[in-house]
Design a protein. Structure first.
Length: 269
């Protein structure tokens, strides 16, 4: 690892330590944890800090105020908090990103070039979250509510819908190759991977866990691109009989339509 990368990691660790100690010693905050890649134990040297902070009831109204739903600004109260840990250079709020409720502010700090996704959660609605790395909990937050399992009908519909969406995107992705639109081609490959992931989980009777695309491949040649698309089509074709067996619906011979479009590409090679 280069010295610059090592220093970058060290700066992130120092930032996290400083934030954790400061929040723990501040009566306004009663719990904090990391979600995202740190929560899943999948962090890399470039991972940011997805920081969830529970605000004590007496301070929730001011710190968790949402006078706007999104925008490149924050309230004076939140800004004063963020400035305790460096100089915010880029700042953007999108409160819908905080699924528990509360606020979401992206902050990129000048000194370290690290960003922290600050999610402030009012104590009244806070609970522990799965797949997180707990930093501290002063009060013993409630456990997360039990997840209601999907019904068989819902599993069937999720599997069937993802099969249909897969083939729509697969066919459209040949057009991206014909247009030499490699940006959209690679983006659509990720969608296809997500569809395969959703179908597999539905067949297992589970909700699809998060998958990271951090190490996604880039296919440089036309031969590699066609092979990548065909590989994903093969995976979906293999899953379709199980979807039908569980009571789902799938298109008839969609693979042939993808291949018919690929013939147009072969003529150009």
């Amino acid at each position: 690892m280069s010295k610059k990368r090592a220093a970058f990691i060290q700066a992130r660790e120092l930032l996290l330590t400083t934030i954790t100690e400061s929040l723990f010693n501040d009566e306004r905050f009663i719990a904090a944890w990391l979600a995202g890649s740190f929560g899943r134990g999948q962090q890399t040297w470039i991972s940011d800090l997805d920081l969830h902070v529970v605000v004590a009831e007496a301070y929730s109204e001011s710190l968790c105020a949402t006078p706007w739903r999104s925008g490149a600004r924050t309230t004076p109260e939140r800004l004063a908090l963020f400035q305790q840990f460096g100089t915010p250079v880029i700042l953007f709020e999108a409160h819908s990103n905080n699924l528990l409720g509360g606020t979401f502010t992206y902050v990129l700090y000048q000194e370290s070039a690290h960003n922290v996704d600050w999610m402030l959660i009012p104590q009244a609605i806070a609970h522990r979250e799965p797949q997180t790395l707990l930093l501290f909990d002063k009060v013993g937050l409630p456990e997360p509510p039990l997840e209601i399992p999907e019904s068989q009908e819902e599993l069937i519909e999720r599997a069937s819908a993802n099969v249909g969406f897969f083939w729509m995107i697969a066919a459209a992705n040949v057009k991206n190759l014909l247009n030499s639109d490699l940006s959209d081609f690679h983006r659509n490959l990720l969608w296809l991977d997500n569809n395969i992931h959703e179908v597999r989980s539905a067949l297992q009777g589970k909700r699809a866990p998060y998958i990271s695309h951090t190490h996604s491949s880039v296919y440089a040649t036309s031969e590699e691109q066609v092979a990548a698309l065909r590989h994903r089509c093969n995976e979906m074709v293999d899953l379709m009989p199980a979807v039908v067996k569980m009571g789902g619906y799938v298109p008839t011979n969609p693979r042939s339509m993808v291949e018919k479009r690929l013939e147009l590409l072969v003529e150009e090679l």
